[in-house]
Every structure is written in C-alpha cells, then in structure tokens.
Design a protein around this ligand. Structure first.
Ligand code: PEP
Ligand code: MN
Length: 311
C-alpha cells in the first residue's frame, strides 16, 4: 500500500496533469490501492511474477520456416510465438503476409510446441478470423490510433498487445489503451518498440524510460520490443538486457532460421544461435530482478527438449 501511494505520487511529479486526474485514461491508470493487472494467456501470466518472452519471425513465410522457429524458441525458453500473417508494410510492393494460410500455420505451430500465439491484426474486418487462431491480438505501431480497430477489439475475447505508435506520447498510448478498455476489453499489454527521433544510427530510438513511467502511471503490464527499436540484430541482446533491468514484464523479439533470407525485417532478426545466447545472457539479470523466484530452475527452463534444427 505504501509502495502504491509512492508510485502515484511519482506519477504526479512526472506530469502535473497526472495529479490524480486521469480522466483521459482512468480505466488503465495506476491509482492508490489498485493492484497491477495480470493478463492471463492460457497458462501464462503476463505482468505477474514472471518475465515472458515472445519470439518468432517478423512474418510467417512458410510452414517449415515457422515450425523450425517455434521449436528453436520454445527450446530456448520463449513462451509465446510471434509471427505476422497480415503485415503492415511501408511499401505496397513488399511482402504483405500469407493471410489465413499464415494463421493456419501458426495454429499448427501451437499444436506442435504448446506455444501461445501472438499475431497482428490491421483491420476491424479481420478481427473475428484472427481471434479464432490467435491467443493475443497485436496492434502495430501504425494502428495505435485506429479507433475503429480498437473498438472492434473491445469484444474479441482475446488480450491485446498494444504497440506504441512511432510518434505517440505515452499519454497517447494510454488513451488508446483506454479506448480498448472502454470498448470492453481490459486485457491489455503495452509494448514499447522505439519511437521516431532525429537519430538515424538506429531504426527507432528505444525509449527505455517508458517502462518505469508507464509502470508508475498505469497498472497494465509493459513489454519491450528491442528488434523494431534497434533495426539491427547486434543491438537486440543489449536492449533486451536493458528491458529486464528497468522492470519490463517481457520481450517481443524477432527470430528467423536464416535472417539474411527473411522476407521482412531480416536485419533485425536473430538466428537461433543468437537467440539462445541472448536468453542465456539475460538469466543473471532476471535473477537480480526476481530474487527468490524459481530458485531451483532457471527462469527460462526449456519447455521441450531441443528439437533438431540448425542454428
Ligand atoms: C512487427 O511486430 O512485425 C511490426 C510490424 O511491428 P511495429 O508495428 O512495431 O512496426
Ligand atoms: Mn517486423
């Protein structure tokens, strides 16, 4: 209780507008006495006492590409498989995704590995069909302010992973979360994926402070996507480590069997070997962040024995 009072005071210090006046995002605001939301996805609790890694390719490209990736990421300790079947691309000439065929491949990967599925929904017309296959509905950075989509997700019966718009403030992100909550869906996971700044050395600028700010101001879980923030794979493990240390509830990471051949976002995708290393490298930081938890087993104990597959 004392801690929660302290947290809301911090929020008020950050922004005088947040001095108990959360009218524009009151349903998702952290107020005195309210507990943190835990989003339950099958047997996985996001925002609880666990660090949840979601990993997989940017786009579902083929059955073998996705199944091999699913086996590799589950063996390294990921709990949720990502993969876009409907892709928002900056160019109309780029690969647009496999649509329903991609969703069917995702479902097969879930059956074979037990991983839950997160995949993007771009349009309100696709909500129903994607909700049949997905465990979590991803709203991408370009859709954060698509209110028709957010409203349609209000009653989809699935948690929503809401990515921060690339030019959105944190308050705007919370307002979009409020639209979802008002439309009837309180199961929301926020995602910091980097914002557009004047810096060109990285694809986006990871706003690492977004994590503690959002934790102070909102009760929703928050995860970090280091892949879209960095734009290059060499930076992904370092940004992932930063996410653990600032208290994120999980990660969304792009992994591909052969990133150089990926149809999208290959530059920022880790191969299997790199992903395994990243996960092992995070362990001591998780031990610090969650002392006493899973004492006898590593946080990232593989859920399956490693299944074949090359690095
Ligand atoms: C993605 O996750 O592949 C994606 C398109 O992300 P973002 O919306 O953050 O660009
Ligand atoms: Mn991508």
């Amino acid at each position: 209780m004392i801690r929660e009072l302290w947290i809301t005071k911090i929020a008020a210090h950050m922004n005088p507008k947040w001095n108990g006046q959360f009218s524009c995002f009151d349903l998702v605001a952290k107020t005195d006495g309210c507990s943190r939301s835990v989003v339950q996805v099958r047997d996985i609790a996001i925002g609880g006492n666990d660090f949840v890694v979601m990993a997989g390719p940017c786009a579902v490209e083929s059955e073998s590409q996705l199944l091999r990736t699913a086996e590799a990421v589950v063996a390294a300790g990921a709990r949720i498989l990502r993969g876009g079947a409907y892709k928002p691309r900056s160019s109309p000439y780029s690969f647009q995704g496999l649509g329903v065929d991609g969703l069917k491949i995702l479902r097969k990967a879930r059956q074979e590995t037990g991983l839950a599925i997160v995949t993007e929904v771009m349009s309100e017309e696709d909500v129903e069909v994607i909700a049949e296959y997905a465990d979590i509905m991803q709203v991408g950075t370009r859709s954060m302010e698509n209110y028709a989509l957010l409203e349609a997700l209000g009653e989809c019966g699935r948690p929503v992973l809401l990515k921060r718009g690339m030019t959105a403030t944190l308050e705007e992100l919370l307002r979009s979360a409020q639209v979802l909550a008002t439309a009837g869906n309180p199961q929301i996971i926020l995602c910091e994926r980097g914002i557009r700044t004047f810096e060109t050395a990285t694809r986006n600028t990871l706003d690492i402070a977004a994590v503690p700010v959002l934790k102070a101001v909102s009760h929703l879980p928050i995860i970090v996507d280091p892949s879209h923030a960095a734009g290059v794979r060499s930076l992904v493990p370092t940004l992932a480590r930063a996410a653990v240390v600032v208290g994120a509830d999980g990660l969304l990471v792009e992994v591909h069997p052969s990133p150089e051949q990926a149809l999208s976002d290959g530059n920022q995708s880790l191969n299997f070997h790199e992903f395994r290393h990243m996960m092992a490298d995070l362990q001591p930081y998780l031990d610090l962040q969650y002392p006493g938890l899973h004492k006898d087993e590593p946080q990232f104990g593989p859920q399956l024995l490693a299944v074949g597959g090359a690095d």
